[in-house]
Design a protein around this ligand. Structure first.
Ligand code: PGA
Length: 250
C-alpha cells in the first residue's frame, strides 16, 4: 500500500466483499444515527447489493432508521419506466427500499420516460439543491472508470444530463435485461461529475480484480476525462471501501 499513502483519499481495504459490505453498511448506519435527516446518494450495480442487504438487516434489528432520511439515485435508463424490471428504481426497491422505513415521498429518482429529458435533468438538479445538497454519496465504479453514467471520453459534463452508454457498460448491465446486452438502453440520465463532486462526502466502493487497475489509476493517476473516477482526487472527503482484489494493483 506504499503508493496509496501519497493520496488524500481515505482508503479502507477489507479481506472479503462481505467485510466491505458490513463495514460500509455500518458506516452508513452511523451517519444516519448522527444525522437522521441525511440526504443519501445511492448507486446501483452488483457491488452495493450486499451492502443494501446488510442495511436491511440492521433496520430489521432496529439498529438504524431511514424514517427521516431522503435518497437520490445517481442514474436511470432512458425509456425505461419505474415499473420495468430492468429499471434502477425497481432494483432499489428489490434490494433496499422495500425492506426499510424510508418514506416513499423522500425517494428521488430521475425519470427516464419524461417527455422532456433535458427539463427532467434540471428538475433533478433543483430537487438536490432544495434538499440542501447530498450529504453522503455512495458510488460504484465501472470497469472502464465511469462514475454514475459519466463515461470516459474527450469531455465530462458537470450537470445532470442525458448520457450515451458505452458498449462495455451495456454488456455490464445485461443482467437486468434477461442477460441480453441488445435490450439495454443506449442512453441514460445521470448526475454529472459536478453534481457528484458537490456532495459533502463521497464513498466509492469496489470489489474484484476486474476493478483493480481502475482503482489504482483513480488513486494515483493524473486527472483525466479518460477516467472519470480520477476527478475524485479533487474532492475534500472521499472514502474508498475496497476488497483485497480491488486494491491489488497498488
Ligand atoms: P458493478 O457496476 O457494481 O455492477 O460493477 C458498477 C458501475 O458500473 O458503476
Amino acid at each position: 500500500m506504499g503508493r496509496a499513502a501519497q493520496t488524500s483519499l481515505d482508503i479502507n481495504v477489507f479481506d472479503t466483499p462481505e467485510l466491505v459490505a458490513r463495514a460500509l453498511a455500518g458506516r452508513i448506519a452511523a451517519a444516519l444515527r448522527e444525522c437522521p435527516s441525511l440526504a443519501l446518494g445511492l448507486a446501483t450495480g452488483r457491488t452495493p447489493v450486499m451492502t443494501y442487504e446488510e442495511l436491511r438487516r440492521l433496520y430489521a434489528a432496529s439498529e438504524v432508521s431511514f424514517s427521516r432520511a431522503s435518497t437520490f439515485n445517481l442514474d436511470e435508463f432512458v425509456g425505461i419506466g419505474a415499473a420495468h424490471p430492468g429499471s434502477f428504481r425497481r432494483y432499489m426497491h428489490r434490494h433496499l427500499f422495500d425492506g426499510i422505513d424510508l418514506r416513499p415521498g423522500r425517494i428521488h429518482f430521475l425519470d427516464g420516460t419524461a417527455a422532456d429529458l433535458e427539463a427532467e435533468c434540471e428538475r433533478y438538479e433543483r430537487e438536490i439543491e432544495a434538499a440542501g445538497g447530498i450529504d453522503l454519496q455512495i458510488l460504484g465504479i465501472g470497469a472502464n472508470g465511469h462514475i454514475g453514467f459519466n463515461e470516459p471520453g474527450d469531455e465530462l459534463i458537470a450537470r445532470t444530463h442525458r448520457a450515451t452508454l458505452h458498449e462495455t457498460t451495456r454488456r455490464d448491465n445485461a443482467e437486468l435485461f434477461d442477460g441480453d446486452p441488445a435490450q439495454v438502453p443506449r442512453e441514460a440520465l445521470s448526475m454529472g461529475m459536478g453534481t457528484i463532486l458537490k456532495a459533502s462526502t463521497l464513498i466509492l466502493v469496489a470489489k474484484g480484480k476486474r476493478k483493480a487497475r481502475c482503482i489504482e489509476r483513480t488513486v494515483n493517476g493524473p486527472l483525466t476525462t479518460r477516467l472519470p473516477a480520477s476527478f475524485l482526487q479533487i474532492h475534500r472527503h472521499v472514502e474508498l471501501y475496497l476488497d483485497r482484489e480491488a486494491a491489488s494493483s497498488f
